[in-house]
Structure formats: C-alpha cells, structure tokens
Write a protein that binds this ligand. Sequence first.
Ligand SMILES: CCCCCCCCCCCCC[C@H](O)CC(=O)SCCNC(=O)CCNC(=O)[C@H](O)C(C)(C)COP(=O)(O)OP(=O)(O)OC[C@H]1O[C@@H](n2cnc3c(N)ncnc32)[C@H](O)[C@@H]1OP(=O)(O)O
Length: 266
Amino acid sequence: MGEQGERRFGEYVVVRRHGERVAELVLDRPEAMNAVSRAMAAAIEEACAALAADLSVSVTVLTSSAPRAFCAGADLKERNSLTDAELLRQRPQSRAAYTGVLELPMPAIAAVGGFALGGGYEIALACDVIVADETAVVGLPEVSVGVIPGGGGTQLLPRRVGAARAAELVFTARRVPAAEALSLGMVDQLVPAGSVRTEALALAERIAANSPVGLRAAKRALRLGHGLDLRAGLEVEDAAWHKVAFSPDRAEGVAAFNEKRSPRWP
Ligand SMILES: CCCCCCCCCCCCC[C@H](O)CC(=O)SCCNC(=O)CCNC(=O)[C@H](O)C(C)(C)COP(=O)(O)OP(=O)(O)OC[C@H]1O[C@@H](n2cnc3c(N)ncnc32)[C@H](O)[C@@H]1OP(=O)(O)O
C-alpha cells in the first residue's frame, strides 16, 4: 500500500502514513547509527505523543534509515561531553521518549535490521512485536561501558526470555546474532536480509485490517494484565471488554460477519 505523506519531528525522526491505518516512525540519524542523543529523544517523545493522539492509527511500525543499524543505543559521544548535572537533567527527557514508545496505545512493531544495542534494543523491547532480519545483532551491552540497561531493559528482557537468561545476557553484555535471538525469544520473527521494513509493514497491514477499538483494548488488557495473578488479570480483561462490547466497532464487526463482507471500521 502506498505511502501517504510524512511529517518530520525534530532533525532525527520522520512519521510516514501507509494506507488508512498504519504509521511508520523512522529513526533517521544514519550517520550515528541512530544513537539516541538528547535531540533524538525529544523527537521520539514528540512523535509518539502525536501518534498516541491520532485515533486513525491502528498500528505503528518503528523502522530505521540507517543501513546497518536499527539503533546503536544512547549517544556515547554526547554522553562523554555531559557533566553529571547535565546527564541528570537529561534523564527525564530520555524517560519520556522510551515511555512514549512503551505506552503507544496501538500495536507497535519494531523492524530491526543490523545493530539494536543497549538503548537501541530497549526501544525495540518497548514495542509489542520485534521483526528482525538476518543481519540483526541485538543485546544489552551497557555493563561493558559502565552503566546498566537504563531504558527498561532490566524489566522488559526478563519478561521475554526469563530471569536467568536475561541475567546471562545482561551480565555478559554479549551481542546476539539474529538466529540465536529468535531462538531465545529476543526477537519474534526472522526475515531475509534487507526485507525487514517491508515485512514489518506487511504485518502491520494485516493487523490493521482488524478493529481499531479492539486492537487498542486488547493491547491494554495484555499490557496491564501481564504479571498480575489470574483473578486480577481477568478483571483487567473485563474492563477492556466493556470498552469494546458497546462500541460501533463491535456492531460493524458482527454485522459484517452476518452480511458475509469485510468490516468497514468507523
Ligand atoms: C520502556 C520504558 C523505560 C522507562 C525508563 C526509560 C529511561 C530511558 C533513558 C535511558 C536510555 C537508554 C540508555 C541505555 O540503556 C544505555 C546505552 O544504550 S549505552 C550504549 C550501548 N550501545 C553500545 O554500546 C553500542 C556502541 N556502538 C558500537 O559498539 C559500534 O558502533 C557498532 C554499533 C557495533 C557498530 O560498529 P561499526 O560497524 O564498527 O561502526 P562504527 O563503530 O564506526 O559506528 C558508525 C558510526 O556510528 C557511531 N556510533 C555508533 N554507536 C554509537 C553510539 N552508541 N553513540 C554515538 N555514536 C555511535 C560511531 O561513532 C560512528 O560514527 P563516526 O565515528 O564514524 O562519526
């Protein structure tokens, strides 16, 4: 489906629309492998806020314009020049960027080709689905540069791979090639080299064919319920059900089935 317009956020992020309901958030700092500087974090936060507020977006795909990387993590050059006070002042801005990705209210897909390391892999972890190509190399090498995965990695990785495996990956700081990353659950799909953006956008189109209201309510239930005991989780699901059950989407979805046609979501 063709691209339909784009909007730039700051210098390093572009949001493109595809078809009626898919948005692509492009990390666009190829000269630094999308290293997350203060300016890039601000752009990510602004783009995510705009996407979250746009009810016409059913799926967001995060991609990269860098030929050999999704994102190489925090900008280590910039950090080398920051005072402790400046680094402390930067933290809330960085948190807002990563939280913006994590809390996108619609399904979010990360299209990872090449390196996704440290804060770069943490951006992918903040998404719901990670599609990687054969060139992907992912990991949380932070302890090798004297920090920790501070972009959610210590909490999001164990939820994917388990506590012990996450510990081994964080403590060794090792970089994991695509096939092993798939086997460990660090990524969810593996596609041929060079096809990750196309494949991720195709997945997004398949998801976007479904109810926009249902997709957002299902994501809310999946996210809020994860980690709760079954009884509390079922209460989260019930609350999400009530958001959809009396929506125009449910009426259209049921009518379309009975009229043997594709739904035309409101
Ligand atoms: C989800 C909700 C959470 C709520 C809390 C959120 C808080 C958020 C705040 C924290 C943000 C995350 C912080 C994160 O945890 C910390 C980190 O990310 S530490 C950094 C981790 N990354 C790395 O260690 C990777 C560093 N890079 C490399 O190892 C290599 O560059 C490479 C990626 C393996 C590629 O190697 P090469 O192919 O040899 O290429 P080059 O090295 O020559 O790189 C090309 C070019 O890019 C520049 N570059 C690469 N990586 C970075 C970087 N990280 N910072 C800055 N610049 C980078 C490199 O310098 C080259 O540029 P040139 O020198 O040629 O101008």
